[in-house]
Ligand binder design. Structure first.
Ligand SMILES: NC(=O)c1ccc[n+]([C@@H]2O[C@H](COP(=O)([O-])OP(=O)(O)OC[C@H]3O[C@@H](n4cnc5c(N)ncnc54)[C@H](OP(=O)(O)O)[C@@H]3O)[C@@H](O)[C@H]2O)c1
Length: 328
């Protein structure tokens, strides 16, 4: 039976200038056409995450080097997606129409829409067996940042890792990934989230509202500040001689970038500032872990497509628990 004809128009949240969540407008756009190496997806779920928010607000001016100096080059955000393949480019062999996939694309974005294109060879994989679109969609954004940072720190069996900000998308991913690498994990979060973070496999949890983690004994091979609220100088004493500090933020006056660059020149604990990357092998790895039951994204809430702006305001309070999923 021939595949049903695709519509020519789609609904999409677009942004034509940088600014607060209100710059997002519900629009109608043509359904994109796949190039030879692309797949076209009917998007079923996306997330409102800090990557999309960062590009939209352009709070860090440096992001404009990628997204457009004066105005956004790509009008549709949405780097994290789950959906069904509805068309494939002439050279695509990895996927076929009808496949259910999830992934991450911060080169072209596009998941804030009913249809999007992504490279078939990029950060995309089939859904884990038995997982739905909404279960799977948050398996990449925070999780791949955490994965890059744990790899850069050389975490291996027996490493001791402290994750500050374990409730966030990155932090909750970091706890599970570090456990999977055989590390002993101490997580830091607020009182209401202690049990939830313990359930992710953390070996011990420090309640940041009652205890200052910096006054607790270490040492750690890695202090990972997954919410960018601490400083290297205040955490250095917690690190082993070869230990490292990684933060998800640039730090005051960009100090984490600078200290990361000169870190290799000095002895003792150092700062690392790895640049995040994602490959198809990474996404396949997250899928295998999900299927094995060792990785499950923490979901704060699931909202409808028309609630995306309100969800964005919520994410920007900095208080979400893991991930905010949007059904499309
Ligand atoms: N610019 C970009 O492209 C980009 C992309 C991704 C991430 N990031 C950065 O990475 C960081 C993490 O993002 P995320 O999405 O994983 O998580 P998130 O949504 O920023 O983290 C939310 C959690 O952080 C904890 N938190 C909030 N304020 C805190 C504080 N003052 N001290 C300690 N913990 C606090 C809270 O949990 P508890 O109350 O349980 O502690 C909250 O539930 C953010 O700073 C974000 O800006 C930036």
């Amino acid at each position: 039976m021939p595949a049903p004809a695709l519509p020519t128009r789609m609904r999409a949240w677009t942004y034509r200038r940088y600014g607060p969540p209100d710059v997002l407008k519900l629009d109608e756009l043509p359904v994109p056409t796949p190039g030879p190496k692309d797949i076209l997806l009917r998007v079923h779920a996306t997330t409102v995450n800090r990557t999309d928010c960062g590009f939209r607000s352009a709070e860090y001016v440096v992001s404009r080097l990628f997204s457009g100096l004066f105005r956004p080059k790509l009008p549709v955000l949405g780097c994290e997606f789950a959906g069904e393949v509805v068309a494939v480019g002439a050279q695509v062999q990895r996927f076929q129409v009808g496949d259910q996939v999830f992934g991450f694309d911060d080169q072209r974005f596009g998941a804030y829409a009913e249809y999007m294109l992504t490279a078939a060879d990029g950060g995309v994989a089939r859904l884990p067996k038995g997982w739905s679109y909404t279960d799977s969609v948050a398996l990449t954004e925070g999780i791949h940042y955490a994965w890059c940072d744990l790899k850069a720190a050389g975490i291996r069996p027996g490493s001791r890792v402290l994750v500050y900000g374990a409730t966030g998308a990155i932090g909750s991913g970091a706890v599970q990934l570090a456990v999977s690498l055989g590390a002993t994990v101490t997580a830091v979060c607020a009182t209401p989230h202690v049990e939830r973070i313990k359930a992710l496999g953390a070996h011990s949890v420090i309640d940041r509202t009652t205890t200052d983690f910096r006054a607790e004994p270490g040492p750690y091979e890695l202090v990972f500040d997954a919410v960018g609220k601490s400083h290297f100088t205040l955490c250095k004493h917690l690190l082993t001689a070869n230990g490292c500090y990684i933060s998800t933020e640039l730090g005051p006056r960009g100090e984490n970038v600078f200290l990361g660059l000169i870190g290799g020149l000095r002895s003792g604990p150092r700062v690392r500032f790895p640049l995040p990357t994602i490959t198809r092998a990474d996404v396949e790895h997250f899928r295998s872990m999900a299927e094995a039951g060792t990785l499950r994204p923490l979901i704060d809430r699931v909202v409808r497509f028309d609630e995306l702006v309100e969800a964005t305001r919520y994410v920007e309070t900095g208080q979400k628990i893991g991930n905010v999923v949007v059904t499309v």
